[in-house]
Design a protein around this ligand. Structure first.
Ligand code: ATP
Ligand code: BTN
Length: 256
């Protein structure tokens, strides 16, 4: 096996045939003290979730649906960097494994062309001192979906590694590669900080330079060009009149 160098990520790896949502199970386990690096994976999610309460289509056999428990000793304000670090790791995994170069749509979407191939849902919980207790990083990657496998509601906007390459992939091999790549980046990030994540994120992103509309609860609240990201992961958008506004991960969505 090529990928056996990771020490913590996926140790242990708990696999379930079906769960409501791996993020929910991971959070319950983390609350009970389950250690850093544990992965909860499900073949099928009955109620897979995206951001802002949206539904994540997660049928059996078609994708990688898993959540990682992390306990980084960092300031909570930097927790959002983990979503960017995970996106970078996913882009590299898909590139190495399937020879497919995806791009990152801020903050949490993985696209191939205009279509969504994966997504990340990170949820951070603080302890009573205000320090990070744990972060659940939930990852959904569409590996072997064919056109007819997708829920009707996403058939036009979603794609998969199979649809883009014509090859079916062994999901556990993809996960093994991800574990190693993620762990390397995670350790470097803890030791050296955000700068290299940011550089790679910039290289892989397909958000900056684009005209975007910013929506809050479906309502357009700002329009302009996505200009840069800050070290807390927030996005700066510049309007045509030159005013700039900063948006964090919270409640907003962007549309090209
Ligand atoms: P944002 O830019 O705010 O992240 P989004 O529309 O991508 O907006 P998310 O909450 O990130 O919203 O992701 C959930 C959305 O992704 C769902 O509303 C649905 O449209 C789409 N979706 C659900 N399941 C899948 C899937 N397996 N593959 C691709 N897209 C999916
Ligand atoms: C998004 O694009 O909004 C993020 C989607 C994240 C989906 C993954 S699948 C595994 C984990 N469990 C969930 O319920 N959601 C995440």
């Amino acid at each position: 096996k090529k990928y056996l160098l990771h020490k913590i990520v996926g140790k242990p790896l708990l696999y379930f045939d079906s769960l409501e949502s791996t993020n929910i199970t991971a959070a319950q386990m983390a609350q009970k003290g389950t250690g850093e690096g544990t992965i909860i994976q499900a073949d099928f999610q009955l109620a897979g979730r995206g951001r802002l309460g949206r539904k994540w289509d997660s049928p059996p056999g078609k994708g990688l649906w898993f959540s990682l428990i992390l306990r980084p000793r960092i300031e909570p304000q930097f927790g959002a960097q983990l979503t960017l670090l995970t996106a970078v790791s996913l882009v590299e995994t898909i590139d190495i494994f399937a020879n497919l170069r995806c791009c990152i749509k801020w903050p949490n979407d993985l696209l191939f062309g205009e279509k969504k191939i994966g997504g990340i849902l990170s949820e951070m919980t603080l302890d009573e001192m205000g320090n990070i207790d744990y972060v659940i990083v939930g990852i959904g990657l569409n590996v072997n979906f064919t056109k007819i496998d997708f829920d009707k509601s996403v058939a036009d906007t979603a794609t998969s590694i199979y649809l883009q390459t014509g090859n079916l992939f062994d999901r556990s091999e993809v996960l093994l590669a991800f574990r190693e790549i993620f762990e390397k980046h995670y350790e470097l990030w803890l030791a050296r900080g955000f700068e290299f994540v940011r550089e790679r994120w910039l290289a892989y992103n397909c958000t900056l330079g684009k005209n975007v509309t910013v929506k809050d609860d479906g309502k357009v609240i700002f329009e302009g060009i996505a200009e840069s990201i800050k070290s807390d992961g927030s996005l700066i958008v510049k309007a045509t009149d030159g005013t700039r506004k900063e948006f964090d991960f919270g409640e907003i969505s962007i549309r090209f």
